[in-house]
Design a protein around this ligand. Sequence first.
Ligand code: AMP
Length: 420
Amino acid sequence: MKTIDGFDFKGKKAIVRVDFNVPLNEQKEITDATRIDAAVPTIKKILNDGAAVILMSHLGRPKKNPDEKYSLKPVVPYLSKVLNVPVQFADDCMGESTKNMTAALKNGEVLLLENLRFYAEEEGKPRGLPDDVSDEEKSAAKKAMKEQQKSFTQQLASYADVYVNDAFGTAHRAHASTALIADLFDEQHKMFGYVMANEVGNLEKVLKKPTHPFLFIVGGAKVSDKIAALEHLLDKVDAIIIGGGMQYTFIKAMGGTIGSSLCETEALDVAKATIEKAEKAGVKLHFADDAIIADNFANDANSKTCDNRHLPDGWMGLDIGPKAIHDFAEVIENAKTILWNGPMGVFEMSNFEKGTKAVAEAIARATKKGAYSLIGGGDSVAAIGKYGFKDDVSYVSTGGGAMIEYLEGKILPGVKAIES
Ligand code: AMP
């Protein structure tokens, strides 16, 4: 992988795509700065070489320009503090005045551009088309957008001599700043930052050279989001624990009764096929024997423990039960490579967090005993943080969707743009 390590940035201007898509509270305070902290070593290396740094990112999903709610400005004080240099802010990522700011930027200085996604050009999707628009009009709008996206990308590229991609969280998107821009720099002047190198390096380690037994733990709400990764991993892993809401599509496919638990009817056949494929591949699928069920999707709902394959009508499984916690902990502690994506239950509600917490704890114990553990996906990362095990696992990924697509065996556009 071509990283910033081999490049001397002295006297250059570098434009760095970072992932500063951080959660902000009502007061516009950052509630989890993991993604900013992760980018600091890359920014510091470039600054220490004696270069100027232009940072670009998206935040949330703005639908207009500007969209105050999604401004990156609240990031500036924290970023200045962790970098220990005053960070300048351009309140528009385009325009003459921003162009002038980038031109005036001196070595050792940092400029953060306003949210790239204020412009539809970043994602390249036409915005605000009326519902009743004809197919011709739609395709004309798409064509026009392609042209606009070209000039948007060109302006971003014109700010700098070198392009660095350090945004793993958006590496699965072929957007202007994550992929298209790379074409405007020659081989020597585009490269990966440390976040990208670490993320890809750790995933490669797990996928290419795992120590066995290799266990994949998957949970969360939607089967359809994770089934492709699950299938791709069947020829790599020894066992899979399936928890969370997504387990109920599998349990129903196996003939269980699931009450009003989450279920993706359209994924039932796929779930059934996956179970058969796992059997053929010799991969042990672990399902919870018991569940904590509730009569309502609320923390204060009535709840009880129940056989996970026979849920009564009107009740839904919101967490794995005590026997499953015990069984899963044993499987986890015997594993030598552990990949975790997705909570075991509705861990945001205190009455249904035990399973997720216990899995995090067991992973920490396994890691202490020498297992290699990689945690990814927004909710598992939040859980690991919430229960205080961030430093007790081997690697915490900053990317959810990007990690899943990597696990599906896809070449991420952000990686391809620099490597090919
Ligand atoms: P995902 O983004 O697919 O990883 O899903 C994460 C979400 O799944 C979290 O917000 C959890 O609250 C939710 N979740 C986990 N288990 C269940 C469950 N048994 N029923 C409903 N939602 C669940």
